[in-house]
Design a binder for this molecule. Structure first.
Ligand code: 5GP
Ligand code: ZN
Length: 117
């Protein structure tokens, strides 16, 4: 499915609801999390709708790589590399996923503990 009319992140990508988009290209977008858990909290999403990692397959290798390299680019642009940052994917409700459009969290600007909650 390219886009899900009931998906909040598809609506953000299509600019049907407002968000603070910090980066976009033909296949991914990155925007500020509405309920930030750190001074920097961004979400990177594929523009195509995938509910979770298990909806992706070999044909999506390049896109998966692009998501991570976009995280690196944003971290470079925002000077996060020296500070450290956390990349998180909550995959499945049991792991805390609440929006079922695959997304990579970038969190930075505070100390993080391990194991995560
Ligand atoms: P998850 O819990 O699925 O890993 O992460 C979903 C994230 O999406 C949460 O951090 C939540 O604050 C964020 N979020 C939910 N709805 C919206 C929205 O309408 N706009 C933005 N910018 N973020 C949202
Ligand atoms: Zn979606």
């Amino acid at each position: 499915m390219r886009s899900d009319p009931n998906c909040i992140f598809c609506k953000i990508i299509e600019k049907k609801i407002p968000s603070k988009i910090v980066y976009e290209d033909e296949s991914v977008a990155a925007f500020e999390d509405a309920n930030p858990q750190a001074p920097v909290h961004l979400l990177i999403v594929p523009k195509k709708h995938f509910p979770d990692i298990h909806s992706m397959n070999d044909a999506d290798r390049e896109l998966i790589g692009h998501l991570f390299l976009t995280a690196k680019k944003i971290a470079d642009d925002k000077g996060l590399d020296g500070k450290g940052y956390r990349l998180v994917i909550n995959n499945g409700a049991g792991a805390g996923q609440t929006v079922f459009h695959l997304h990579l969290h970038i969190l930075s600007g505070r100390r993080f503990i391990w194991p995560p909650g």
